[in-house]
Structures are given as C-alpha cells and as structure tokens.
Design a protein around this ligand. Structure first.
Ligand code: NDP
Length: 434
C-alpha cells in the first residue's frame, strides 16, 4: 500500500480482489508459502514512453504512452489500449491487474496487460489521430508480438485506431503478423462480432443471473450508461431480449426517452457523425437531455448496466437505484461501481454481475480473433456469437460455483475473483519462483 499510495484506482482494484481471496488462502497454504499475492500484484514490467507527433498546425505535441505487461502465466499479455486525458500509471495498472483474472476466467490462453496514453482524441482530425497512432506504435512495436503481447481497443481506441496501429506495426516489422493486435476491421484480419462482443456478453451474463432467479429481460426497464462501443451493443442485445432501454449517456450528460431508446438514432449520432448524445432530442421530441453524468442513476429501472467508465456508481447512486427497485446490475465498464456501491448492492440482495466476469466477452472474442488470425480461417458472425454466448455461460457457472465452494453463495464478486485467481495461482506454482 505504501509503495503505491499515490495510485488510488490501483489500490481500489487490488483491495477488492484481496478481500475476496481471504477464504482461498485459508484452504490453500501452498499459495501463502509461494508468496503468490506479493508476486501477482507486481507487474512483470511497466513500459512508459514519450509519444511525439505533429498536429495539423505543424506544432509538435508530446504525450505519454504506457504498456503494463502484468502476467503471461496464462498466455501472451493481452489487454486494450486506452486513449483518454485521464490516463496515468494508476489507471493502467488497475486495468492490467483486473485483466489477469478476467482473461483467466474466459478459459482462453491469454495473460493480462493494458496500455494507453493521456492523448485526448476529442476534437482531433482523422490525420491527427493517424499520426498519433503511428507515433505511439513507433515505440510500442518493439515490446509486442502475436506470441508476446497482443493489445486491443478500449476507451478512445476503436477499429479506426487499431487499423492505423496495425499499419504502422507492419511497416516497422515487415511481418504480416495480424495476430499482434485485435479489434481489427473484419475482412482485414478482424473477427466478426468483436464490435458487439462486450455489450452482448454483458447482457448474456446478466441473462444467466436472471434465469437462475426465474426471471428474464422481457418487459424490463433498463438504464445503460455511456454511448460508446460497450453501451451501444448492450442496448442492442437488451432490446433483442425484449427489454425497454430508457436512458444512456456520454461524459456531458444523459438522455431519457420514456418510450424506449431509438438505437438507429444513437448509432447515427455516435458511429456515423461522432456527435454528442445531447443531439438525440432532435430525433425524438419526447426525449430529454440532462447535463451531468451521475443523474442517470436516479431514473427508476429494473436493470442497470454501467458501461461508461470507472467509479461512475458511488454509494449514494447505489442507494438511489436500490430504493427505486433495481433487481440486477451488470458491469459492462471496468470497475464502474466503487467498493461502497458494491457492498450496498450485495447487502440489498441485488443480483450483481461484476466487471471481471460480465464484461469478459470482449477479450474472449479477441482471443477468438487471435485463433482465426493464426489459422487464416475466419468464422461467421453466428459461429463467433455462439462461442461468445457459451463462454459467458461458462464464466457465470464457474463464478457461481467458486462463490459456493468458498462459502459465499450468490456473491459473484468473490466467485469471479476466486475462479480467475486460482487458475493463475496454480499456473504460477507450476512455473516456479521468478
Ligand atoms: P468508448 O470510448 O467507445 O465509449 C465510452 C463511453 O463512455 C462514451 O460514450 C463516453 O462519453 C462515455 N463516458 C466516459 N466517461 C464518462 C462519464 N464519466 N460519465 C458518463 N459517460 C462517460 O469506450 P468503450 O465502450 O470501449 O469502453 C467503456 C468501458 O468498458 C470502459 O470502462 C472500458 O474499459 C470497458 N471495457 C471495454 C471493452 C471493449 O471491448 N471495448 C472490453 C471490456 C471492458 P464521451 O464520448 O463523452 O467521452
């Protein structure tokens, strides 16, 4: 704690996992003897680098780039790149640490890593984005490879950015190793259904929780935060399952449409025009826009899917959701609920799908993209979607079983952390001390 006292997000993520693991250590003295916890919390390495690039006015700009290679026990380091002004070492470490356990939960051969930059893509031209991505990869390429470390997208990094990064990697290395990055455009080494995977996966996971409680999405009122990649496809699948999704947001505020969101309008605003969510009211006169982000959690709903960013639900928002009768939470974003909020949900008996389990569908399909790139055989949308669906069911079953085995039935936070941790810890034991 002392060594990382300035890294609030990282300490928060580590604390959540450490608390969950107490019952594991009571049953596995071999993990204590091998000092697994002290070893796993320290990344294999942290790479930090300068990214200098020229803007459209020929001014030289400088940003900081990161890649945290956390653990390759389960396979090549794997995790996204985030481009957002808030990015710092604490955020990349929290994301990388959680990624180890999430990736282990998928059952795919992938280790944990994360990276990014404090570069702000907002307001940048397409050429500026391209030059930034090329400058970023000019340093990153020497640290990655299809069997070494395979980055992907995250906030601010979608198929366009991955395409520019991949082009530069190819130029620098001569090799056509398309498996070095995932989230590529389908037809150019990318997998069908990758774009949809995280959002769909979150809804598949929540659906498993509901089924176990003899319930479903049918006829439910749903609130989804964010309006980016994860949110858009969480809305799509929830609607396909018969839910009415009444609200979503961006970092300026949230829209509320009591008749149910028009997803085509949202896709046009976000994916085609790259505009603000506030413009939704031009498409639907009965909808309202409210400035500020946390207000979205005051809208009464049966199911809440936080899909925007970390710490977007605090204790107060959690209490409001509970008093409005929320039945289930599915974390599409990483660490969207703080520790107080999680405790509130668990104590109130709300079904709670933690991020590590509920949003693992994205990285699971990234692993399927790596498999397709290696074999040069590409699967149909339906094939990938079916595999994703099965993986999410397995993650639910494994997390539930671990929670029961270690004395916390129904607590999927504990269950997911333990199920992921045990796979990695056993791998560490087999590899010896290093
Ligand atoms: P995007 O960049 O596509 O979208 C992020 C969305 O969240 C945008 O609408 C953004 O608005 C909004 N947002 C950001 N900050 C806030 C805030 N404080 N309040 C409300 N809205 C906000 O990112 P993704 O959809 O890819 O990622 C979202 C989350 O899901 C992140 O936590 C990410 O780590 C996690 N995740 C993503 C995966 C993926 O496959 N993409 C996989 C697993 C997890 P604005 O445009 O105004 O910034």
């Amino acid at each position: 704690k002392q060594q990382n006292s300035h890294q609030a997000e990282f300490l928060q993520a580590a604390e959540e996992i450490f608390i969950s693991l107490v019952p594991v250590f009571a049953q596995h003295p071999e993990y204590i003897k091998a000092n697994i916890l002290s070893r796993i919390v320290e990344p294999d390495r942290i790479i930090s680098f300068r990214v200098a690039w020229q803007d459209d006015n020929n001014q030289v700009q400088v940003n900081r780039g990161y890649r945290v290679q956390y653990s390759n026990v389960m396979g090549p380091y794997k995790g996204g790149l985030r481009f957002h002004p808030s990015v710092n070492e604490s955020i990349i470490k929290f994301l990388g640490f959680e990624q180890i356990f999430k990736n282990a939960l998928t059952g795919q051969p992938i280790g944990g890593g994360k990276g990014g930059s404090n570069f702000d893509p907002k307001g940048k031209s397409d050429s500026e984005i391209m030059r930034f991505c090329q400058a970023f990869m000019t340093e990153l390429y020497r640290h990655i490879g299809p069997d070494v470390d395979v980055p992907a997208g995250d906030i601010g990094v979608g198929a366009r950015e991955v395409g520019y990064l991949w082009g530069q990697y190819k130029r620098l290395t001569k090799a056509n190793e398309s498996g070095v990055l995932t989230g590529k455009t389908p037809g150019y080494g990318g997998s069908l259904a990758r774009k949809e995977a995280t959002g769909y996966g979150t809804v598949y996971f929540v659906n498993e929780m509901l089924k176990d409680a003899n319930d479903s999405f049918e006829g439910k009122t749903v609130v989804v935060s964010g309006s980016g990649n994860v949110s858009t496809y969480a809305i799509e699948k929830a609607q396909q399952y018969g839910a009415k999704v009444v609200a979503c947001s961006d970092s300026s505020g949230y829209i509320y449409d009591p008749e149910g969101l028009d997803l085509d309008a949202i896709k046009e605003i976000k994916e085609v025009k790259g505009d603000r969510i506030s413009t939704y009211v031009n498409y639907r006169p009965n909808a309202t826009f409210t400035e500020g982000c946390t207000g979205i959690w005051t809208i009464p709903c049966d199911i809440a899917l936080p899909c925007a960013t970390q710490n977007e639900i605090n204790g107060e928002s959690a209490r409001t959701l509970i008093s409005n009768g929320v039945k289930a939470i599915g974390e599409g974003a990483n660490m969207p609920s703080d520790l107080e909020a999680i405790n509130e949900f668990l104590e109130a008996g709300v079904l709670f799908g933690p991020a590590k389990a509920a949003n693992a569908g994205g990285v699971a399909v990234s692993a399927l993209e790596m498999a397709q790139d290696s074999s040069r055989v590409f699967w149909s949308f339906e094939e990938v979607d079916a595999k994703l669906h099965q993986i999410m069911k397995n993650i639910y079953t494994d997390s539930k079983a671990a929670a029961e085995k270690y004395g916390f039935p129904g607590n999927l936070v504990v269950g997911a952390n333990i199920a992921g941790f045990i796979k990695v810890a056993d791998g560490m034991l087999t590899e010896g001390v290093y």
